[in-house]
Design a protein around this ligand. Sequence first.
Ligand SMILES: [Mg+2]
Length: 265
Amino acid sequence: MKAPKELPSALEKIEDFKQAFESKKPLIFLDFDGTLSPIVENHEDAEISTEMKQTVEELAEMYQVAIISGRGLDDVKKKAGIQNIFYAGSHGYEISGPGNFHEENDEAQEVLPAFDDLEPKLKSELKDIKGVRFERKKFTLAVHFRQVEKEKESEFFKIVKQCVEDFPRLKMGEGKKVVEIKPNIDWHKGKAVGFLMEKVSKDVGEMFPLFIGDDLTDEDAFHEMVNGIGVLVGDHGKKSYANYSLGSVEEVEKFLRQLIQLKNG
Ligand SMILES: [Mg+2]
C-alpha cells in the first residue's frame, strides 16, 4: 500500500495500460461521485458534465464499461444518464446492465426491514444536531454530516454508533462526510467487481479489470483486483491499494480520452 501522493500518475503511464489491454479485453469500472462528477455540498446536486458524459459514451463504444456507486441504482443511472452500460448501485447490492440484466443480492434483501426500524429511531436521536441529512436507498441508509458543525461531529458519531449497535444485521461504513449504514454481510464494491467480472466474462471471455475511484469504499475494489489495475482519484488521506493516481475529475476525463485514443490508433 502506498500514500496517494506516492502513486504514479496514470496520465504519464498510458503505455502500461496499452500493454495490459493487449492481452485481455478490459472491463472499465468507474465510480461516480468524485470520479465522474465533482463532489458538491449537497449530494443531490451532483452532476456529470456534458463533456464527461460524452467521453464515457465514447469509451463505452470501445470497451465494456460499468459505473459503480454508493448511490442507489436508479439514482446513479439517472445521474449518469448513459445507455447500454452496466450499473452497480448501493455499493453493488443491485446491478443492472444491457439486455435487461438485473441482479440483487438476496441476503441483503432479507435485511431491508431492519432499515425501516432504524431510520425513524436515528432521526429522532439526531434531531438536535443541525445539518444531518438522511438519504435512504434501497440497500443502505446514508447519513450525511457535511453540514454538521465540526464540534458536533463526535457527538454525531456516538449517537449513530449507539443506534446501529441495536441492529446486529446492520453495520456502519464510512465515506467522505457520510456514514453509510449497510447490511452486515460480506459484500462490498470489491465483491460487486468480482461478480460483474464473472458475468461479463461468460459472454466475452476473460477480462482485465480497471477500476477508477476516489473514496475509501473504492479501496475494497482496489484490494480485490489482484489481476487488474486500480486508479485512485485525488487523495482520501489514507494509504491506498491503487496502482496509479489521477489528480481530479478533469484528469479522469483526460485519461479516459487517452484510453479512447489507444483504441483509435
Ligand atoms: Mg466516489
